[in-house]
Each structure stands twice: as structure tokens, then as C-alpha cells.
Write a new protein. Structure first.
Length: 300
């Protein structure tokens, strides 16, 4: 097989750069040892008073301490008129955050409304994982809601919910894990996993060139924009110019030339990776590097 053909069939790999919760209060079955005790204090259909409550617009900060390192939400802008307060995460300045998680976090964290009491005075908090809680959450308010609420987050219940209690009271509750589970996460959880946005067709730039470099290639693979359709059995707008000149399959060329747009990560490992983390991830000495140059002057 010729060297040119070998290059034509070479695979393309993309290296993603390392960059840098929704409250549902529904109680389910409590732990077996506490279920009978809770029957007298609440029923399945009873709506209980909030363990704590306040206005999301009055929240100054939400400090979360946990084994993952924790995080702190801080208010950047106070609410004005119909506009809600704006929050960010300390230590993630300049990093794009997931707006779906961040924008509604304070709204969900403003209060804790249980549907069932597990134990009004628990004899042994270790039964619920609250002697050594997985997270300690401090919500600080100003304005009409001025004050603090400190919540401890314990183990999962047999039904998959989570035990919680306030730090200064003895009553143990269980709540849905939907939002409270986010109190056990690290701050990187709130970083956007979109590595490169996928513009609309109207805003999509022209990709002038794609260059693919790998240690096992003598020459880089280069795809360049032609500016017009070319002959040769294809109407693709890009051609390969290195290591050999060749036309691209029109049915697949867009995947090669525009595949970086919309690239997302599965997980954010680190907001500020160390050299060791880069080495472990294989980024220090990448197996493949892809460079995309666009007509708007941006290079990725």
C-alpha cells in the first residue's frame, strides 16, 4: 500500500482541553428503625412546614463543605425589579459555567421543605450518617430573610432519598436526592461541559483549514477550504492538501471539517489542571492535535 493511501485512511482523533443544582422535596420510605416513630409526627399526604425558608433574592452565599472539596455560591448582583439576583461560584472566575445549574441553584436552595419527619429526637445520628455528614451547607441571607441556616446531609435512605437535619436541632428528615445530592459534589460540577459551541447555520464561520498532527505521521493531514466547488466526483468545499492532494467524500466531509463544533465533555476533571493531571490525562503529550482556523480570525 502506498504512503499516500495510508494517509488517506488514517483515523482522526480529537483532544479535548481540560477547562478553567433543582430542588425536589418528596419523601419516601424512611429507615426501618425509624419508620414507626415517624408515623405519629406526619402522614404521607401531609405538607410540613419548611425546615428553613427565605427569599432566593436575599441569599448572600451558599457555602458547601464536603469531602470533594466543596464550593461556595456568592451573589454577584442583587435582584432589581423583576430581575433575579445573579450568582457565581467562587474559584471559577473566568470559566464558563453551566447556566442550567447555576441560574436556578439559589431558587432551589432558598428553603428546605420535607414531606415526612423521620425522628424528632434521634438517639444515634450514625444510623443516618449525620454524625459524620457527607456535607455541611450554610445558607446566609440578608434583607427581610436576614440570618443563617446550617444543614447537615447524611446517608441515603433505603428508598434512595437522603437524610438531613439542621445543625442546631435534633429532628431528622428525609428528602429527595434530586437537588440535595448536589451538595456532595465538587465545584467543577458547575462548569459547562461544552468545549466548543455549535453555532447556528447563519452564524457558522467558514473553516479555512483543519490540520491533524500525530506522532506516527510523517506529515500532517491538512484539509483546506477551496472557496468553491471542485470537480473530481465531489462537491465538497474542502480538499486534502497534505500529505497528498485528494478530494473529500461529500457525504462525510462536513464531519471532518466541522466536527469540532458542538464538542462536549463527559466530565470536567479539573478547572486548573496541574502538570501531573495533564500527564495522567494524556494531554501533556497528546496522541493527536487538531487545529482549526476559521474566517472570523479565530483558531481552535
Amino acid at each position: 500500500m502506498s504512503s499516500g493511501v495510508k494517509y488517506l485512511i488514517a483515523g482522526v482523533a480529537v483532544v479535548a482541553l481540560l477547562g478553567g443544582g433543582v430542588f425536589a422535596m418528596k419523601m419516601t420510605d424512611p429507615a426501618k428503625n425509624s419508620e414507626e416513630d415517624s408515623e405519629t409526627s406526619s402522614s404521607e399526604s401531609e405538607t410540613l412546614a419548611p425546615v428553613y425558608t427565605g427569599s432566593s433574592d436575599d441569599i448572600v452565599s451558599i457555602e458547601v463543605k464536603n469531602d470533594a472539596g466543596g464550593y461556595t455560591f456568592v451573589r454577584k448582583t442583587k435582584a432589581t425589579g423583576e430581575a433575579q439576583a445573579v450568582f457565581t461560584v467562587e474559584g471559577l472566575d473566568g470559566i464558563k459555567l453551566d447556566s442550567n445549574l447555576v441560574d436556578g441553584f439559589a431558587v432551589q436552595a432558598k428553603e428546605l421543605v420535607p414531606e415526612k419527619i423521620i425522628a424528632e429526637k434521634a438517639d444515634d445520628l450514625s444510623n443516618f450518617g449525620l454524625d459524620k455528614p457527607k456535607a455541611e451547607v450554610t445558607v446566609t441571607y440578608d434583607g427581610d430573610s436576614a440570618g443563617k441556616a446550617v444543614i447537615l446531609v447524611g446517608n441515603n435512605t433505603p428508598g434512595g432519598d437522603i437524610y438531613v437535619k439542621t445543625k442546631d436541632a435534633d429532628t431528622v428528615y428525609s428528602v429527595s436526592s434530586g437537588f440535595v445530592k448536589s451538595y456532595t459534589y465538587e465545584k467543577e460540577y458547575f462548569i459547562s461541559k461544552t468545549v466548543l459551541e455549535n453555532p447556528s447555520d447563519k452564524e457558522m464561520p467558514v473553516v479555512n483549514s483543519i490540520t491533524i498532527e500525530r506522532p506516527n505521521l510523517e506529515k500532517p493531514i491538512v484539509l483546506e477550504y477551496t472557496g468553491e466547488n471542485k470537480s473530481g466526483g465531489t462537491s465538497a468545499t474542502h480538499v486534502m492538501t497534505s500529505p497528498v492532494k485528494a478530494y473529500l467524500d461529500v457525504s462525510k466531509s462536513a464531519d471532518y471539517t466541522h466536527g469540532l463544533f458542538g464538542l462536549t465533555a463527559d466530565t470536567v476533571l479539573s478547572a486548573s489542571p496541574t502538570e501531573e493531571e495533564l500527564k495522567v490525562a494524556g494531554i501533556a503529550e497528546p496522541t493527536c492535535t487538531v487545529t482549526m482556523k476559521c474566517d472570523d480570525g479565530k483558531t481552535y
